[in-house]
Design a protein around this ligand. Structure first.
Ligand code: NAD
Length: 347
């Protein structure tokens, strides 16, 4: 029988091979470190530019380095001895951040330029890059009911200004490092990722966390309204963190996907209004909805076409949104209440 594609085999990666995860002070990479740790990998190096006390998650027994990866010599240090590198470091956030900080987003190119060159020089066996659905042509996303995006829809190129262009160019780096130099690269286009341990406050949070926080705040402060960016009809698909981690692992260990961008997202489309309905249901409140039509809202509709991932991996992200949001809501409420009591908000 043919082995299942995208399932890691022992000769791919040994338990004591060094895995480097960049951006590990943040949401997805911090959870990826925990994922590999829980699978019994004994040598993991986590890297982020944030000082260690500000990391969302720290995993015991993991080497954690505070390095600015936009500087080349730091990238060389970060990947030294690595068998596999997972590059998730980026200056990013939800629509509020992406629309207002295009230069910061573009400057993440420095991280990607130096990380891939350093990985190549270090003889890394597999290199994963986290791209984004923001790399897709925005003209195809003008309607809340727009058809789901398939991989070829990135061209002709007209991605999200700033952030999307940076992702698209970094994808090209991954493709050419394989074509010209033989570095095995793997590229996933994430569609909105959410879950416990994500940003939920401070301006970089995305819609699911922001809406949960606002509803939780209304519930605990007795406020009877909620402010919503846009008119509530914007539609997205949201991928639960556990699916994202499994997808990264599967994609990186599927040779057929070398240097081939692939969607990693849920195909369950949710409007902002539906998201608010769910959060209200969890909180047991009903709020007056105040729509802020001039706030950042991004494209009107975006969904992930999962034909390709199902065909190659026989798998796709599958956690129902209601189930993932419930866990996220509960975690944010816990954080919210801890902060209110003046406690340090940690896991
Ligand atoms: P995050 O902001 O929580 O984590 C990113 C981390 O990168 C942060 O901890 C940040 O400090 C670090 N970083 C930034 N600049 C750095 C530098 N110069 N050197 C070292 N570290 C640096 O974001 P996330 O949601 O965990 O996203 C991870 C990756 O996935 C990013 O590349 C992002 O673009 C991509 N992505 C995320 C989503 C999503 O919905 N969260 C969607 C599409 C793509």
């Amino acid at each position: 029988m043919e082995p299942k594609k995208g399932i890691r085999k022992n000769d791919d990666l040994k338990k004591d091979d060094l895995i480097v995860v960049a951006g590990a002070g943040g949401f997805i990479a911090g959870s990826l470190v925990r994922y590999f740790h829980d699978q019994g990998f004994t040598r993991i190096r986590a890297v982020d530019k944030k000082p260690l006390p500000q990391w969302y998650r720290r995993t015991p027994g993991v080497e954690s380095l505070c390095l600015d990866l936009s500087i080349e010599k730091n990238c060389r240090r970060a990947v030294e001895g690595a068998a596999e590198v997972y590059q998730l470091a980026a200056d990013m956030g939800g629509m509020g951040f992406i629309e207002r900080h295009r230069v910061d987003c573009l400057r993440s190119i420095l991280i990607n330029v130096h990380m891939i060159e350093s990985a190549y020089r270090a003889g890394v066996r597999r290199y994963f890059f986290s791209s984004s659905a923001c790399a897709y042509n925005v003209d195809l996303q003008k309607d809340p009911n727009a058809r789901a995006l398939k991989e070829s829809d990135a061209y002709p190129a007209n991605p999200e200004r700033g952030y999307g262009w940076e992702k698209l160019l970094s994808e090209i780096f991954c493709q050419e490092y394989y074509a010209e130099r033989g570095l095995k690269t793997f590229i996933a286009r994430f569609h909105n990722v959410y879950g416990p341990h994500g940003t939920w406050d401070g301006g970089r949070e995305k819609a699911p966390a922001a809406i949960c926080r606002k509803v939780i705040d209304a519930k605990h402060s007795g406020k009877n309204y909620i402010e919503i960016w846009g008119d509530g009809t914007q539609a997205r698909s949201y991928m639960y963190i556990a699916d994202c981690l499994e997808g990264i692992d599967r994609i990186t260990h599927c040779d057929e996907l070398t240097a081939t961008p692939i969607n990693l997202g849920s195909s369950e489309l949710i409007t902002v209004n539906e998201l608010v309905d769910l959060a209200e249901e969890f909180a047991g409140v009903k709020l007056e909805r105040r729509y802020q039509l001039d706030a950042p809202k991004g494209v009107a509709g975006r969904n992930s076409d999962n034909t390709f991932i199902k065909q190659v991996l026989g798998w796709e992200p599958h956690t129902p949104f209601r189930e993932g949001l419930r866990k996220t809501y509960d975690w944010i409420e816990q954080q919210y209440l801890a902060r209110k009591r003046g406690e340090r908000v940690v896991e």
